[in-house]
Design a protein around this ligand. Structure first.
Ligand code: PHE
Length: 358
């Protein structure tokens, strides 16, 4: 029993002195492992007389429990100390800015639609939409383009099989049918813009069978051609970021506007590319005019009381000119390298109008 007390002191002392979990584990093996000191003594119990064994057994069991408890406690102390040491040694600067993760890019078409929408939104226009699949009444007849009108051929229409309310179905060739849809559902004053897909059977470096337009329509009692000119001059100058951009209104013809005009902006041609601004060349960028009274009538609006203007602009053309994209077809090739080069950061919203460095 005296030996046992000496062993107890030795082991407990060593456990208290242990400096790390490894030393502690070694001590556990030394004391309680298969070949450990306490285990060895336990094995000796069998050779003892019953009386002696009872006493020694109880003492050994108690020693075993004590040692296990001491190891346990020391282990917790070591863990806490290790954690404090780590906390002491490692520091985390929570004020460091986060590393930017990989972000997607905004396609130049979406970017251009957003820019034009913002400019016209500031002038009081709100966004309207219409279906890509139209019938020939909304796309042509209601817009004063009768069945045999040459403008129908010019539009190179994709027709669908089938009819709706006795009219042939087609993919809309322009966003102008939304003029009719809006007039039929809203009362003047009307001030809408319509960004959307349009379709014509045509394909080369400047034409794609699917492309985008933004339509504008304003109908009220007093808006005249002067307002049309002011609105579109402002749109062109703000969009291209050239304050004194030359803007020219050239007489033209559209069945749904009267009078009609095409808008040209000043530019210089350098090699194969255009530079928007002053120069001796003109570049056509949109069609417009005062809404034809027949169109107002087809839209259920009294042309004696109301008048207004409309315009339609091609999005791809605007994007190509502003961002120097030479071939229209690349817009739809979904080439990730192209998008990385010409795309826009989704987070740089405040710069929308000025445009961004891609
Ligand atoms: N819809 C015409 C086009 O696609 C553009 C336009 C719209 C012209 C509105 C005048 C008024 O070419």
């Amino acid at each position: 029993m005296e030996n046992l007390e000496a062993l107890r002191q030795e082991l407990i002392g060593a456990i208290e002195q242990a400096e790390d979990p490894k030393a502690l584990e070694d001590l556990r093996v030394t004391a309680l492992g298969k070949k450990g000191k306490v285990t060895g003594l336990m094995k000796g119990l069998g050779a003892m007389a019953p009386e002696e064994r009872k006493e020694a057994g109880a003492a050994l069991n108690q020693l075993k429990t004590e040692i296990a408890a001491a190891i346990d406690e020391k282990s917790k102390t070591l863990e806490t100390a290790a954690l404090s040491a780590r906390l002491e040694a490692e520091s985390l600067d929570v004020t460091l800015p986060a590393r930017p993760g990989p972000a997607g890019k905004i396609h130049p078409i979406s970017q251009t639609i957003d820019e034009v929408t913002m400019i016209l939104g500031d002038m009081g226009f709100s966004v309207a939409e219409g279906p890509d699949i139209e019938d020939d009444w909304h796309n042509f007849s209601a817009l004063n383009i009768p069945p045999e009108h040459p403008a129908r051929q010019e539009h190179d229409t994709f027709y669908l099989p089938g009819e709706r309310d006795g009219h042939r179905l087609l993919l809309r060739t322009h966003t102008s049918p939304v003029q009719i849809r809006t007039m039929l559902t809203e009362k003047p004053p009307i001030r809408i813009i319509v960004p959307g897909r349009t379709f014509r059977c045509d394909y080369d470096a400047t034409h794609s069978p699917m492309f985008h337009q933004i339509e504008g329509l304003l109908v009220d009692e007093s808006t005249h051609m002067g307002h049309l000119k002011g609105c579109l001059e402002e749109l062109c100058r703000t969009f291209f970021g050239v304050e004194d951009l030359p803007v020219r209104f050239r007489p033209s013809y559209f069945p749904f506007t009267e009078p009609s005009a095409e808008v040209d902006i000043g530019c210089t041609r350098e090699g194969g590319t255009f530079r928007i601004g002053h120069g001796d060349e003109w570049l056509e960028i949109l069609g417009c005019g005062m809404v034809n009274p027949k169109v107002l009538e087809n839209g259920g609006i009294d042309p004696e009381k109301y008048q207004g203007f409309a315009f339609g602009v091609g999005i791809e053309r605007l994007a190509m000119l502003k961002y120097g994209i030479p071939d229209l077809r690349t817009f739809y090739e979904t080439d990730i390298r192209w998008l990385k080069h010409y795309g826009f950061s989704p987070l740089a919203v405040p710069n929308l109008i000025e445009g961004l460095n891609p």
